[in-house]
Design a protein around this ligand. Sequence first.
Ligand code: SAH
Ligand code: SF4
Ligand code: F3S
Length: 471
Amino acid sequence: MVELPVLSSAVEMDILDSSVETMHHASAQGKKLYVETYGCQMNVGDSEIVKGVMHQSGYAMTDTPDDADVILLNTCAIRDNAEKKIYERLNHLKYYKKRNHDLVVGLLGCMAERLRGDLLGERNLVDIVVGPDEYRKVPELVHKASVGEQGIAVKLSRVETYDDIEPLRTEGISAWVSIMRGCDKFCTFCVVPFTRGRERSRSFTSIVDELKRLWDNGFKEATLLGQNVNSYLDETLNKDFADLLAESARAVPQMRIRYTTSHPYDMSDKLIETMAEYDNICKYIHLPVQSGSDRVLQAMNRHYTVAHYIERMHKIKSLMPHCALSTDIIVGFPTETEEEHEMTMALMREVRYDGAYMFKYSPRENTKAWKMNDDIPDDVKTRRLNEIIEQQQRISHAINQTEIGKTFDILVEGPSKRNPAEWQGRTDSNKIVIFSHDRSVSESASSYVIGDTIRVRIERASSATLFGPVV
Ligand code: SAH
Ligand code: SF4
Ligand code: F3S
């Protein structure tokens, strides 16, 4: 069992005001909402929930801030540079407010709890601040702001899961499905337990029903989302995450099912076996390791050792030899020695990840590590970061070279961002594949549309992307 620290008073039982959730504001008629999303996939999913709530209240959506009546930024607080980016953006949005005095600007998400005073008070950058568990109140707060009343709602809840809210999804074939919220792990570096509050799970049946509806509406892929999906538990039905994954795979057998993020501490045999059993559960696991040193892992309160982690990797590869793996790594955690950094480098070589997200440690207020001395100088952090990035690029490149000559089933996503004459799709192992979309070359090969599954033979590969013709 993980021992939890005493919780802050901000976490309160929250009885939701039902008059708020169904209110249709006459003042919203014809008004346009623009939402900009920062941070992780949880925020992407949450933005769709906010759009769902606002849509129900009569707002139309726009994909540019230029003609918006309401601009909402869904923010991230994970590292200092994430917050800096949002301050810059808010300063820029002042010009929009100068141009349109009726414009309402709001800040949502993980920065809400921490920075409310600063943003609403003397700096006056936004009209409303709304935390991750208060999104049902957004229409009401926006309405009040439009008549000049600043508003704030940042209470965290032990029960809110937005189970009954239909997210407003705009991306075509791939859907984010939030299955649990919050995190109780309290890694010593991490702000998420403070910004998003306690862990709680959505109901099993409502998730499975949502997946069926998504399939009926043309979605081909769904990613089950949570900061720590292994902790998923429907207490009423006594169903855990592996049960949910299995039932999802059976309920929509043609749909690709993904999930993120899992924690190495409770990556169970049952979960790995379930993944192996169903073809439509994608063979890709993002399993953040953070460090290759047991001492640092302990200081991070990660609850596993390097040996445990490696053993889990072997179990995964023994049941799913072609399963792709990615991870998160932090360099420069307080007191990390050169030798411990080398241990991280060695772990990466041993596992041979397909990809990795790599970060310099950034102290976060309220966390346990905040009280430690941030003693690794920035130039050392930068050097260590560059070393792991370079090494990972070499490994990713080498792994991708071994894909050349193989043929993969690709879910077609549409034109590639760089060159619209080429299209892109994804393998089940989550690798991006670029293929030529020249209709004159081969009529049969080009008779596909977005959302189709086609076969592509890989001819060329970089560290990040595979390339080849449709076969
Ligand atoms: N819930 C996920 C990760 C959420 S945050 C998990 O536990 O796996 C995504 C990543 O950001 C983390 O895995 C970690 O590598 C990184 N991160 C979190 N807090 C950080 C901090 N204070 N400084 C640098 N990186 C951090
Ligand atoms: Fe943060 Fe750890 Fe929870 Fe992930 S598991 S969100 S890193 S506290
Ligand atoms: Fe950022 Fe919040 Fe996600 S801090 S990483 S948006 S949970």
